[in-house]
Write a protein that binds this ligand. Structure first.
Ligand code: HEM
Length: 213
């Protein structure tokens, strides 16, 4: 069902806020991960680990789910649909995979925070996890940048399902158009009426999709 313009803008505002918020939160996470990795100050390392855990659970994870959910709403409530255009389908798949990978990474993040809480010294044993955090957040930033670029450029390609839907819509419009032309042939406007009969041809027909684009 297509959303009314006001509702669509509201949904889009929520979607862009969550999606770009996700990007911003990962950028902040990356800064903390790098600071924790290169710092010689043990207190600093512990502080970054604890802050990374809070940022993950209270900002990054909620934004990831909100972006996915609001993206699905924006897709189903607009002409784009969920599986009609490749750019939307690719975004959906990448976002689902990115969210799963994020949830997997919450384990080493929790581990680092647990070590920071339990010990005053931060041993070098956790260097592997610290490096993993920097690498993972860098990869996430690249993926989120790709998703943002896809959203703004919106490449035109349609899926097979999308093309099938479009053909069906064209057929429906053509049938209605033909019926209206027939009606105009039969029903003549009363003398002196300003309404003039119209002869529709298929070329005059525009599908709702085309009218919106
Ligand atoms: C991190 C993931 C995502 C990011 C960074 C992102 C980013 C954006 C941005 C910046 C826009 C605004 C583009 C514009 O209006 O010019 C947008 C729109 C849109 N996004 Fe996303 N998005 C993400 C996930 C998703 C998902 C998972 C879906 C669908 C399953 C989705 C579907 C859409 C649709 C349909 C629009 C257009 C809405 C409209 O025109 O009203 N997005 N996205």
């Amino acid at each position: 069902m297509i959303m009314a313009p006001g509702l669509r803008k509201f949904a889009l505002t929520a979607h862009v806020t969550c999606s770009i918020g996700w990007f911003g939160a990962v950028a902040a996470f990356q800064a903390l991960a790098i600071a924790g990795l290169i710092s010689q100050d043990r207190e600093m390392v512990r502080a970054t680990s604890l802050t990374m855990e809070v940022t993950t659970w209270f900002v990054i994870v909620p934004f990831a789910f909100a972006s996915l959910l609001s993206g699905i709403v924006s897709s189903l409530g607009t002409k784009w649909g969920l599986i009609q255009y490749y750019w939307v389908l690719v975004k959906l798949l990448i976002t689902i995979v990115a969210t799963i990978i994020l949830l997997v990474h919450t384990q080493p993040i929790d581990l680092l925070a647990e070590v920071a809480v339990k010990t005053t010294a931060f041993s070098a044993d956790f260097r592997r996890e610290q490096i993993q955090m920097v690498v993972a957040s860098s990869a996430a930033l690249i993926v989120l940048l790709v998703l943002t670029t896809l959203s703004v450029y919106k490449p035109r390609g349609m899926t097979r399902y999308g093309l099938h839907q479009l053909r069906e819509q064209r057929q429906e419009v053509a049938t209605v158009g033909a019926a209206m032309s027939k009606l105009h042939e039969i029903v003549q406007p009363p003398e002196g009426s300003k309404i003039q009969p119209t002869n529709f041809t298929e070329d005059d027909l525009v599908t709702p999709k085309e009218a919106l684009q």
